[in-house]
Write a protein that binds this ligand. Structure first.
Ligand code: ADP
Ligand code: MG
Length: 202
């Protein structure tokens, strides 16, 4: 098992002092190379769960195991693609994708090689020197995906990655993400509020 989520609970305290139970005893597992969709309406706790899995937010109770270990054994364990394209506007496409690799401390030739490989995989060859504002929404989200894949995370987390896109682009991007998964067998946890999308993807 790549990830095991065990009785994860999250309670937020809102400003009025009331408790908001965002997650109540959630259990599930994701196997290595599996593509799993998490489906639920807005506000049901999907992003909260992804953030806990990514280690960005502590759970109130319960645990997340990676490959049997309670703590990530080796970095990087996860990389997240957000709904809003979280790109750095002052960096080119190439520099946005390289960013995560700089943080990993990869030597420069390896960074360049990996960046090129994932830009090719996501259909961004030829767009390396553009800036985010020069790209369509779909192209920007390709950069977000390339950046997350380039880190070669144990688990790729996608939080409603295509919901800000128009219907046609969304369908295309869904197909392409499945194509990438077929080639790489990257373990994926995919969050959506769209039933058809969850069924189609997972
Ligand atoms: P989803 O991603 O499924 O739309 P979220 O995980 O964002 O849902 O939110 C789940 C619930 O937790 C919602 O009721 C939301 O208002 C609440 N919540 C999320 N983050 C916070 C926070 N930082 N403080 C208080 N309540 C929060
Ligand atoms: Mg959300």
């Amino acid at each position: 098992m790549k990830i095991v989520v065990e009785r994860v609970t999250k309670t937020f305290h809102d400003r009025g002092g009331r408790d908001v139970v965002a997650l109540g005893q959630v259990d599930f597992a994701v196997e290595t190379q599996e593509f799993v969709a998490l489906l639920g309406p807005s506000g049901c706790g999907k992003s909260t769960l992804l953030n806990i899995i990514a280690g960005l937010l502590p759970a109130s109770a319960g645990r997340v195991y990676f490959e049997g270990e309670p703590r990530p054994g080796r970095a990087p364990v996860t990389a997240t693609v957000f709904q809003e394209f979280a790109l750095f506007p002052w960096r080119t496409v190439r520099a946005n994708v390289e960013l995560g690799l700089e943080e990993l401390g990869l030597p420069s030739p390896e960074r360049s090689e990996r960046t090129r490989r994932y830009l090719d995989m996501t259909g961004l060859a030829g767009f390396e020197s553009r800036y985010p504002h020069q790209l369509s929404g779909g192209m920007r989200q390709r950069v977000g995906i390339a950046r997350a894949l380039a880190v070669e995370p144990a688990v790729l987390l996608l939080d409603e990655p295509f919901s800000a896109l128009d219907a046609q682009t969304r369908t295309l991007m869904m197909d392409e993400l499945l194509g990438i998964w077929e080639r790489t067998r990257q373990t994926i946890l995919y969050v959506t509020h769209n039933i058809q999308e969850a069924v189609f993807m997972a």
